[in-house]
Design a protein around this ligand. Structure first.
Ligand code: IMP
Length: 184
């Protein structure tokens, strides 16, 4: 069993290290091709995207810059409220630049809707979204996803940067969090 365990919780593997790496490589190649000759600024949405972002930018064989936007959504642990708090703003001016937002997961889409509207007021030349995961069955806001790793069922996933109550972010793969009455 993987060493990261918490009493009463289990993680069932959904995407292995190898499956994620292969998908990230393909996304990176596509992004490099489509942004050739453009002033690309990749913006990682913290905290969940930190691992995906680190792998993705290494898979983009083209000039780019990196920035981060810290975000936390109010609400309980497994459901978003759509009310977003900016915990860390961008460190550079985005006016006239081509932004690629890098997100861990789009669930209802409410967080991303808020961020796209928020960043649009700063007049970037373009804004597109790259997300590792999407739960299409849960969509409550129409969000255009330019680059997507995987579509997943409506289950709560952890690992590869994604957390449950701050835990599991360091799990190197993505799995479904399952609760059991007995631990172990
Ligand atoms: P949305 O606003 O419903 O699209 O939710 C987006 C945010 O909720 C993501 O950036 C995650 O931080 C969190 N989230 C949604 N679903 C999951 C999940 O299955 N595991 C971990 N975090 C999730």
């Amino acid at each position: 069993m993987y060493p990261i365990t918490y009493p009463g919780e289990k993680v069932r593997m959904l995407y292995s290290v190898e499956a994620i790496a292969a998908r990230v490589k393909a996304l990176g190649e596509q992004i490099a091709k489509e942004y050739a000759g453009k002033d690309l600024l990749t913006v990682g949405i913290l905290k969940g995207s930190f691992m995906f972002m680190a792998d993705l930018v290494r898979a983009i064989d083209a000039p780019l810059e990196v920035d981060f936007l810290g975000v936390s959504s109010y609400g309980n642990h497994t459901e978003t409220s759509g009310v977003v708090k900016i915990t860390h703003d961008l460190s550079c001016d985005i006016e006239g630049r081509h932004l690629l937002l890098v997100e861990d997961i789009v669930d209802t889409g409410l967080t991303m809707r808020y961020l796209l509207d928020f960043l649009a007021t700063r007049h970037p030349a373009s804004m597109r979204l790259c997300t590792l995961l999407e739960k299409p069955s849960n969509a409550r806001s129409e969000i255009e996803i330019a680059y997507k790793g995987f579509s997943i069922p409506n289950e709560f996933v952890v690992g590869y940067g994604l957390d449950y109550a701050g835990r599991y972010r360091n799990l190197p793969w993505v799995g479904v969090l399952e609760f059991s009455l007995t631990s172990g």
